[in-house]
Design a protein around this ligand. Structure first.
Ligand code: SAH
Length: 202
């Protein structure tokens, strides 16, 4: 899998090393775990998906570029992206709105001894005010409009990395950098994510 990611343009050796080491199959149901190292998104239940390895690698690379110490992730999902980030930053906060996924991810973080991760069941649109500000905020679900609280929880010069929906419905991986009270948007590449939704499902 990692060789293929490299061929597909992922150059960050720390990201590749971490992904070579960490067990992606533990983030899937047993019935699907034999497909864990294919380059594809896979279902994790509740109409959600484990992102394909390439996008996890790409987003991790973008996070690492910032050399962050404090990172917030919105959309824990299976927890796989969470684990990869946990291995490269000092402190990580991750929010999920579906209780069943949140609890499963918490179990996996304990099993894999990712002690620098704090998970919360909540609507990630509010961010994590008590832990703010963050060097990087990463969304793993697609927003049509960025929730304002998220942007205000970035440090000066910090970045938010997120799939954003354009007016024509296409989705673009986007990097938004905080410069004082203004925000610079940079469109990176086309992507396909499940939508960012409001509210919590217990
Ligand atoms: N990185 C995850 C991606 C899971 S899909 C993985 O690879 O497993 C995106 C996740 O975002 C889903 O679990 C979905 O429930 C969650 N999500 C969507 N809107 C959200 C919101 N407002 N707050 C928190 N989580 C949200």
């Amino acid at each position: 899998m990692v060789q293929r990611l490299h061929e597909q343009g992922i150059e960050d050796s720390l990201v590749l090393d971490i992904m070579a080491r960490e067990p992606r199959h533990l983030f899937l149901d047993e019935a699907l775990s034999h497909r864990a190292y294919e380059d594809t998104a896979l279902p994790i239940g509740h109409a959600q998906t484990l992102s394909q390895p390439w996008i996890v690698a790409r987003m991790s690379e973008l996070v690492h570029e910032q050399q962050p110490t404090r990172v917030l992730e919105i959309g824990t999902g299976s927890g796989y992206q969470t684990l990869i980030l946990a291995r490269m930053v000092e402190e990580l906060w991750s929010v999920e709105r579906i209780n069943a996924l949140h609890r499963q991810a918490a179990k996996r973080m304990r099993l894999l001894k990712a002690h620098n991760v704090r998970l919360r069941l909540a609507d990630g649109g509010h961010g994590w005010p008590e832990a703010a500000p963050f060097d990087v905020i990463l969304l793993t679900a697609c927003a049509s409009e960025l929730p304002e609280p998220l942007l205000s929880q970035l440090v000066e010069g910090g970045v938010l990395i997120a799939p954003l929906e354009a007016h024509d419905g296409s989705q673009w991986l986007t990097r938004v950098r905080r410069c004082g009270e203004s925000y610079e948007h940079e469109r990176l590449e086309p992507v396909r994510f499940v939508p960012l939704l409001e509210g919590v499902i217990r």
